[in-house]
Design a binder for this molecule. Structure first.
Ligand code: PBG
Length: 311
């Protein structure tokens, strides 16, 4: 009877698994994200297949580069033979039906650790746009299905859409990290990529956690510029924002259950203080209830397995 009247559904089909790829040939665990590792290319394909076989339709890729490959302008981002591009090609070759989402932002490639270009100690929004557009085209050329700008520069959705169309990639979608807060919950992710800003913080481009009306302004701008999905990030601390965004747009809404949210569950479970499995499913269900169509979560494989078992 409870199933008949249940208002919200959570299934593997709603989940996206973020993965960290590196150049090494072994997996290196990420201390602050138990259960996650930087994987070599072959390991990414195995992990993606595991997720796909459990019904998770998509992965989101992040490259962890050695410092030697990082430069102020992040040129490695457009290298056709670069790690990310090779990984995308391998995934689309092995798993053609898997949705491959790539991240568009300078930080994994930038020696400054910022998502935008640093000029005289400041982020230069407009000078960053052509770099992001070129990065998105390089990812689309490698076979990405959806590019996901996570940089929060103003005007980048239009710049990316225009560049993709001009290069013939009219079918590649844009998942805009539209409402992304300057959050302390990204700490473990920055450990994973060694991508913390070398100076300053990200407050001049990411949003103030105090604001929700501003989120609706970001939604209107990104929708007008041609975004296909809109993301709110982090997830659980921002359920009210997800709900407001859901009400404000007909576009699909994604939520990112970020590294810090995942780390909290793992740490509490390791202490015997919380039941990881139940808290993970409850967290993801809450994100769906708030209005998220799509959820990016490091727990995608765990959740998919639990949901299969429940069925
Ligand atoms: C940066 C980016 C970040 C995340 C995704 N893309 C971190 C940041 O803005 O510093 C965070 C994801 C997570 O914490 O799980 N472009």
């Amino acid at each position: 009877m409870r199933a008949l009247v249940r208002e919200t559904a959570l299934a593997a089909q709603h989940l996206v698994l973020p993965l960290f790829v590196h150049e090494g040939d072994v997996a290196t665990p990420i201390a602050s994200m138990p259960g996650c590792a930087r994987l070599p290319l072959a390991g990414i394909v195995l992990r993606a297949r595991e997720a796909f076989d459990l019904g998770v339709p998509a992965v989101a890729l992040f490259p962890a580069l050695p410092d030697a490959r990082k430069t102020p302008r992040g040129e490695e981002a457009v290298n056709r033979e670069g790690l990310l591009q090779r990984t995308v090609r391998a995934l689309k070759h092995e798993l053609p039906a898997l949705v491959v989402i790539t991240d568009v932002a300078l930080d994994p490639y930038s020696s400054d650790g910022h998502d935008g270009l640093v000029v005289d100690g400041r982020i230069d929004n407009d000078a960053t746009l052509p770099l992001l557009a070129a990065m998105a085209v390089a990812q689309a050329e490698a076979g990405a299905d959806v590019v996901a700008p996570s940089d929060m520069m103003d005007g980048r959705v239009r710049a990316i859409r225009t560049a993709l169309d001009a290069a013939g990639h009219t079918g590649v979608g844009i998942c805009s990290y539209c409402v992304k807060y300057a959050s302390a919950f990204y700490g473990p992710f920055r450990d994973a990529l060694d991508s913390a800003p070398r100076a300053g913080d990200k407050k001049t481009y990411q949003m103030d956690p105090a604001n929700v009306r501003e989120a609706l302004r970001e939604v209107a701008l990104d929708a007008q510029e041609g975004a296909d999905w809109l993301m709110v990030k982090p997830g659980l601390p921002y359920l009210d924002v997800i709900s407001a965004v859901r009400a404000a747009t007909p576009l699909p809404v994604a939520a990112y259950h970020v590294s810090g949210e995942y780390a909290m569950l793992k740490a509490a479970a390791a202490n015997g203080w919380l039941d990881y499995d139940r808290c993970l499913l409850e967290s993801l269900l809450a994100l769906r209830r708030a209005g998220a169509d799509v959820i990016f979560t490091y727990g995608a494989i765990d959740a998919a397995r639990l949901l299969t078992k429940q069925r």
